[in-house]
Ligand binder design. Structure first.
Ligand code: ADP
Ligand code: MG
Length: 909
């Protein structure tokens, strides 16, 4: 019997927001399985077994609970330590690629989507165990089961014979089944978060009478924020806290409690959670510290905490957090202990740092950035940043999502979700840890080029997430996105009453990749109508210092209506102490008339700050103290807009891949290596690459002069002789490569020469010589959190000296590959820059995509360097002339299946 596949033990959120554990069945489930069976309704039993059945025999129980996790597999759904559903498959002896599936869900848990979850897990599992199709027999009147299959999105075929449907479908996911999974995930997670954001009543466990303590502040905030439901303080001794009647425990509260804020010492938290579970609390916000952040003991405590929370079907924010708030007037929930309850608005925010969260709220209030919901996620033991993304995706109060991240729980899932959500709502993130990005020590180019930061940038870039370097920039961008439409393009008009700032703005805009187009004569004439003769109607439009409210109003109106620009920056320097409020009012007035049509930013250059009228009312014009931050914000918004308009591309499949051959080559190489794996021999690497249709040049290994001569003769034409030696990582650096070798004598001489260049030569690679072409690097390296990264750059100095490379997180779409090439500046050479011969970019793109497919299918590959790939002229293709591939066993390797489980809160262990 195969080992218990513990990694398939996970918690899932159901569509009603409840939580169950789904895990492979175990032999010690026997008693529970029997109890489960006995709780079933006779009708349910009949539908499962097609006959009346009063009990399970010991043999049956033994059979059901002992599976081999390969030919026979079963998952159970567990709720409050009881089995509430089972789904299983049995491989057919007659056709081992097909398995028969069956499900049974306890009556009171039917309709919650547990069956669909089991089906999903079984199909995922079956797929990785070579089961390509499922078959199920369903009684014609078992409508629930038939609906479950129909709604799964799998491509079903059904046949009805004598009142029994035989349903069959491939386990391969279809677009529909993926969509079903994602829709489920979205709804389930969002539903489970609702009670946290919209509780009808809350308790503060550890509400303190000391107004300076955390418990005291939190309690006071809830009252001061005018939470619309009752707030119950829980205090062990005090009968009253802050004039409110207090209770010794949550169980003593006579009314229901939806959310409990827990502010007690860590060692008391577990008991409190037990009481909350008993009370029927739906959500917990654990402020208490002393968990995972403190070390092993704390981590253990945190695991116990999560287990309790999950088994009671609750959701939890924290521990070790500052709380959450929801400004929606329906609840007006100020459930955090900082001093600021921000104004309501359309920006949602989560912060991984509590203290920073306080500062952020303060700053947001100052900048008049309205907040919809704010969550300090703390240790993210249960509710993760990804869960919040799913909630905000559908939250009608949220238009912009801000994230302060220190790490990613599950970057793959983040990438998938963010990519989808970014198409509707901008996500702006500050990811700390820029400076720790130093290159990692590694023995190959690709490995040392990659740093964690590169992975984060790649992830954000692919997902359309706007990354800012600093908190200041986070707010600069946010005040634009929260108030103005995303620009449709990069053309900007600048309207100013002073020349200097106009020029500064123009420079800043251009350095951010924005354009200041020449305005048409017609447009200039219309502007001129409202301006003094000395004014300039070129872009920047300099109205000169005498411009008053009327000129501002008229010119701004003209520019906002023009289709020659996508955005307008209006600059005002107060030249006289009086009158500036009038100008601000004039700008705000025009802005309000055109609100939502064209992106408008203002720069109000005065140390006194901008008049309030700017951000007020309909106008919602973001104001900046200098042109540079305005240009920065607009640049980020324009990039984002561009990303949003760009098609995503498709994951490409090739039908000539010999996957089994590649797998076999890797497996046999691994079998010969010691436990940790290592670099493939040249022939092994070639075999793997060939199986994936990568154009490796003809070559062979010679271990003596005669062999070298014979190989060269066989290859024909000029050859390359390369030493094979453990010490020669970079063969050419030690004189181990001789190019363009012609004739037997020369081959023999070259062989002797390269062998003499190293102390440990094992032989030489004799290879076809490929003249001409551009040299590029295509590689792969693995990030412990993000999984495989694919890298591309131009070989030699461009990569090593300038670091001109592009990274993408695997898998890549066809457009990802194309953009990767475009993103590398030196790759312009491939397009025939300044008389350079151009290269076969199309063939190069295909190489990148084949590498992507290979890396996705072979998780044993830890690192790879195709350096160089020679890119020949268009139509002549590309050739891989040097390949290094590092493999290691998959145990402990990064596995996509584990990292991207749908609808999962978190893998159990
Ligand atoms: P290393 O990277 O270990 O130094 P390579 O095999 O990449 O060794 O060879 C070094 C350089 O020699 C390559 O970057 C390329 O310029 C050239 N070269 C290697 N193999 C060939 C070949 N088959 N045809 C043409 N040039 C080659
Ligand atoms: Mg090389």
């Amino acid at each position: 019997m195969a080992e218990y596949p513990a990694e398939y033990d996970i918690d899932v959120v159901l569509k009603d927001g409840g939580v169950v554990e789904i895990r492979p069945i175990r032999p010690d489930d026997a008693d529970e399985e029997l109890a489960f069976f006995r709780r079933l309704d006779p009708d349910t039993v009949y539908q499962r077994f097609f006959r009346v059945k009063s009990d399970l025999t010991p043999e049956e129980i033994e059979y059901f609970t002992n599976v081999d996790y390969h030919d026979r597999m079963a998952f159970v759904a567990v709720h409050e330590d009881r089995i509430v559903a089972v789904g299983r498959y049995d491989r057919l002896e007659s056709d081992p690629e097909v398995a028969e599936v069956a499900f049974v869900v306890e009556d009171e848990h039917q309709g919650r989507g547990i069956g669909s979850q089991l089906l999903q897990h079984l199909t995922n599992y079956a797929r990785s165990h070579d089961v390509s199709a499922f078959r199920a027999f369903v009684l014609a009147d078992n409508h629930g089961m038939l609906r479950m299959f129909r709604n799964s999105g799998y491509r079903l075929t059904r046949e009805l014979t004598e009142g029994v449907y035989s349903v069959e479908f491939p386990t391969e996911p279809s677009d529909e089944s993926r969509a079903v999974e994602q829709e489920h995930e979205k709804r389930a997670v969002a539903a489970s978060m609702m009670p946290l954001f919209y509780p009808a009543s809350v308790a503060v466990i550890g509400a303190s009478r000391n107004p300076r303590s955390i418990g005291g502040r939190l309690f006071a905030n809830l009252l001061r924020g005018r939470f619309t439901g009752p707030v119950f303080p829980v205090h062990p001794q005090a009968g009253v806290v802050n004039s409110v009647k207090a209770y010794p425990s949550v169980l003593d509260i006579p009314d229901p409690v939806d959310v409990a804020f827990v502010v007690v010492p860590a060692r008391l938290v577990l008991q409190v959670v037990d009481e909350c579970a008993e009370k029927g609390v739906k959500g917990l916000v654990v402020i208490s510290a002393g968990f995972g952040e403190t070390g092993d003991e704390g981590r253990e405590l945190e695991e116990q905490l999560v287990r309790k929370v999950r088994s009671a079907g609750m959701r939890m924010v924290g521990p070790n957090c500052m709380g959450l708030l929801n400004t929606d007037a329906k609840v007006s929930l100020d459930g955090q202990f900082g001093p600021v309850f921000p104004p309501a608005g359309n920006v949602a925010m989560s912060s991984q740092s509590g203290a920073l969260g306080i500062a952020i709220l303060d700053y947001a209030r100052q900048l008049e950035i309205g907040i919809s919901t704010f969550v300090s996620v703390g240790n993210k033991a249960d509710v993760s940043g990804n869960d919040l993304l799913l909630y905000w995706e559908e939250d009608p109060n949220t238009d912009v999502i801000l994230l302060y991240l220190e790490d990613f729980g599950n970057p793959r899932r983040f990438g998938r979700l963010a990519r989808r959500i970014s198409h509707r709502k901008p996500i702006v993130a500050v990811k700390s840890g820029r400076s720790s990005a130093g290159a990692r020590a590694a023995s190959s180019h690709t490995g040392s080029l990659a740093s964690l930061d590169v992975a984060v940038d790649a992830l954000f870039g692919q997902a359309g997430v706007i990354r800012t370097e600093t908190l200041e920039e986070l707010f600069e961008v946010t005040s634009l996105l929260a108030n103005q439409p995303i620009p449709d393009g990069r053309r900007v008009a600048v309207l100013t009453n002073a020349g200097g700032p106009g020029i500064l703005a123009a420079d800043a805009l251009e350095s951010r990749g924005l354009e200041l187009p020449e305005l048409s004569d017609e447009l200039r004439a219309r502007l001129g109508e409202h301006l003094a003769a000395e004014a300039s109607t070129r872009n920047p439009v300099d109205m000169i210092a005498s411009a008053g409210p009327a000129a501002y109003r008229a010119c701004l109106d003209v520019l906002l209506q023009s289709d020659e620009v996508d955005a307008v920056i209006v600059i005002y320097i107060p030249t006289a102490p009086e009158g500036s409020d009038d100008i601000a009012a004039a700008i705000a007035g025009v802005a309000a008339e055109h609100a939502g049509k064209k992106t408008l930013l203002s720069v109000y250059m005065s140390s006194a700050g901008a008049p309030e009228v700017f951000g007020a009312g309909e106008a919602r014009v973001p104001t900046y103290p200098f042109p540079e931050p305005a240009a920065y914000a607009l640049g980020a918004a324009a990039d984002y807009g561009e990303w949003r308009r760009m098609p995503e591309g498709d994951l490409v499949t090739f039908d000539d891949l010999r996957v089994d051959e590649a797998k076999a080559a890797v497996a046999s190489a691994l079998a010969e290596m010691d436990g940790d794996g290592g670099w493939l021999e040249p022939e092994e690497a070639d075999a793997v690459l060939r199986a994936y249709g990568l154009p490796v040049v003809e070559s062979g290994v010679a271990t003596d002069e005669d062999g070298a001569a014979a190989l060269a003769a066989k290859i024909g034409g000029p050859v390359v002789v390369k030493v094979i030696a453990p010490s020669a990582v970079h063969k050419s650096d030690v004189g181990g490569v001789v190019l363009d070798v012609r004739g037997e004598q020369a081959v023999r001489a070259a062989y002797r020469q390269v062998m003499a260049a190293v102390p440990d030569g094992e032989g030489a690679l004799i290879q076809e010589f490929v003249p001409g072409g551009h040299e590029v690097l295509v590689g792969m390296t693995e990030d412990p959190n993000f999984g495989p990264l694919v890298v591309f750059g131009l070989g030699g100095i461009f990569v090593e000296l300038i670091g001109d490379v592009a990274f993408r997180i695997n898998p890549l779409t066809d457009l990802d590959a194309a953009r990767m090439i475009d993103e590398v500046k030196s790759a312009k050479l491939l397009r025939g820059y300044r008389g350079e011969p151009s290269g076969d970019v199309e063939a190069l793109q295909e190489v990148i995509l084949r590498v992507s497919a290979m890396v996705e299918a072979l998780p044993q590959i830890a690192e790879m360097d195709l350096n160089p790939v020679k890119v020949l002229p268009p139509g002549e293709g590309v050739r891989v002339v040097d390949a290094r591939i590092k493999v290691r066993p998959t145990e402990g390797a990064w596995l996509p299946s584990r990292k991207d489980l749908p609808a999962v809160i978190r893998a159990h262990r």
